[in-house]
Design a protein around this ligand. Structure first.
Ligand SMILES: *[C@@H]1O[C@H](CO)[C@@H](O)[C@H](O)[C@H]1NC(C)=O
Ligand SMILES: *[C@@H]1O[C@H](CO)[C@@H](O)[C@H](O)[C@H]1NC(C)=O
Length: 472
């Protein structure tokens, strides 16, 4: 039922490569920030510790505002509120499941209504081009909220509301919950902690009253979350972690399409995607041409003010990442990969990096093994399909992969051999709220999205009733 309703409501998956500039409203590059506190039980709270942290505009390197910094004490408050809201007899518990679904649909409508403002905050805080925030991030939030609201037809529980996966960054998230405030929810609680703050995460993971944790982030922090959770209540933990995703171009691929899609696969979101196609394997006979065309394309990439609708690439998310990426570029040069373009900071201020391409990259080089999370493409050469499957699999990660070919048998053969949670054929970064997403190996545990992804948010209860054997 869910699948049928959903595909009728949203016949198109979100194609993040297809931005329609004509339909994007002009952004306000200086949106007011209304919410910078912690939202628990329909109210805004300062952190119990009163601590705050600055959030930085990465395009300018300047502080946008101070934000409340949650830690263990705030987690306690939030968990207590959630627990109270789910007590037997509480309004949420008594509410008809389809009414809960309606509330979530209403929330999705509110997000849609405020899409431009949310996208402005996201761009201000994260640096991603506004055209992307508006056409990709906000619509994805709407679609995922709808997915969850539709599934409430199948009678899900409060936990879904408290822990559903919405992925906008800090400020927009806060605003988002501000909208929820007006939506008629009897309780709405959620804990935020700063990007670099592990304490809040550990407090949630180890909490005895939290039944489910879904974490998206680095493999290192994923390990920490799992460790923290192991001494708790055997809660369910699902993790969507890093990747070093192979993007395999066979000699029979349509060249222009393969070049453009591979460019998008790597450079989208400034290269900051868990599933970025950052391991580009190109078959020997087309290698030189592919490199040449990719360099031409990268040189045309428009880097600059993320509020300019023509901009394709904004700054990296923060200074730490910026420095780390420049470090990887130096290591690539030191290890003997050939730098074909870029390689340096792209502006005097802010955390901009030039679109960078290396050729003649070997499997054992650091840039070929580690997750760079930046606009740095490494192009490797291969001969046979057997060889490329082995080399693509020879990674601790297994999040995503892609194959470009016009031969359906080869596409099947490679996708069957690859150990990755998602394989795209002749496309990249195509997401549907209906399609489960997650990783093999060190790229995670479990899946998000789709009905399958909702599995870990529910519990099965068997109720057995004795049928009387005679009328007494
Ligand atoms: C890669 O995949 C191939 C074929 O599925 C398999 O034989 C090989 O063991 C895999 N390698 C790794 C490191 O997962
Ligand atoms: C549910 O969680 C368990 C670990 O807690 C994991 O093994 C399983 O794959 C998850 N299922 C889904 C659908 O995410």
């Amino acid at each position: 039922v869910l699948r049928a309703v959903f595909s009728r409501t949203f016949p198109q998956v979100v194609r993040i490569s297809a931005c329609q500039h004509s339909t994007i409203p002009a952004p306000n590059a200086h949106p007011d920030v209304h919410f910078n506190k912690i939202f628990i039980n329909n109210e805004w709270h300062d952190a119990v510790s009163k601590k705050t942290f600055p959030t930085i505009n990465p395009a300018m390197g300047e502080v946008i505002c101070q934000v409340a910094e949650g830690d263990k004490a705030d987690v306690e408050k939030a968990v207590k509120a959630a627990k109270d809201a789910f007590k037997l007899g509480s309004p949420w518990r008594r509410m008809d499941a389809s009414h809960r679904g309606l509330l979530l649909s209403r929330l999705a409508d509110c997000i849609k209504r405020d899409a431009a403002y949310l996208a402005e905050l996201e761009t201000l805080d994260n640096g991603k081009p506004y055209a992307v925030s508006y056409t990709v991030d906000v619509p994805m939030v709407v679609i995922h909220t709808c997915l969850i609201s539709l599934s409430l037809k199948t009678a899900l529980i409060t936990a879904l509301v408290c822990y559903q996966r919405l992925k906008p960054l800090l400020l927009s998230l806060k605003l988002h919950f501000g909208i929820g405030n007006g939506g008629g929810f009897p309780c709405w609680c959620r804990q935020h902690y700063p990007r670099n703050g592990y304490h809040g995460g550990a407090a949630i993971a180890s909490h005895m009253d939290v039944d489910k944790v879904a974490f998206t982030g680095s493999t290192e922090v994923g390990h920490l979350i799992l460790k923290a959770s192991s001494s708790s209540n055997l809660k369910k933990v699902t993790l969507e972690l890093g990747g070093k995703s192979p993007n395999i171009i066979l000699s029979d691929a349509k060249m222009e399409e393969a070049v453009e899609q591979s460019h998008f696969a790597l450079f989208f979101n400034q290269g900051q995607c868990c599933c970025a196609g950052s391991h580009t394997f190109v078959q020997e006979s087309i290698y030189d041409e592919f490199v040449e065309r990719s360099v031409e394309r990268a040189k045309k990439r428009i880097v600059g003010d993320p509020f300019d609708l023509n901009t394709e690439q904004g700054p990296q998310v923060d200074e730490e990442q910026f420095q780390k990426i420049l470090g990887y570029i130096s290591s690539g040069k030191r290890d003997g990969a050939k730098l074909m373009c870029g390689g340096e900071a792209a502006a005097d201020r802010g955390y901009f990096i030039q679109p960078t391409i290396f050729r003649d990259v070997k499997d054992d080089m650091t840039i070929a093994r580690e997750k760079i999370f930046g606009p740095v493409m490494q192009i490797l050469k291969f001969r046979s399909l057997e060889e490329v499957i082995e080399r693509a699999n020879d990674s601790k990660y297994g999040l995503a992969a892609a194959v470009f070919t016009q031969n359906i048998d080869k596409a099947h053969y490679i996708s069957n051999g690859l150990r990755a949670g998602t394989v795209w054929i002749n496309c990249y970064d195509v997401f549907g709220a209906q399609a489960p997403f997650g990783g093999y190996k060190s790229s995670g545990i479990g899946r998000e999205l789709g009905e399958y992804g909702l599995d870990n948010y529910t519990e099965v209860k068997t109720v057995t009733i004795k049928v009387p054997q005679k009328n007494s």
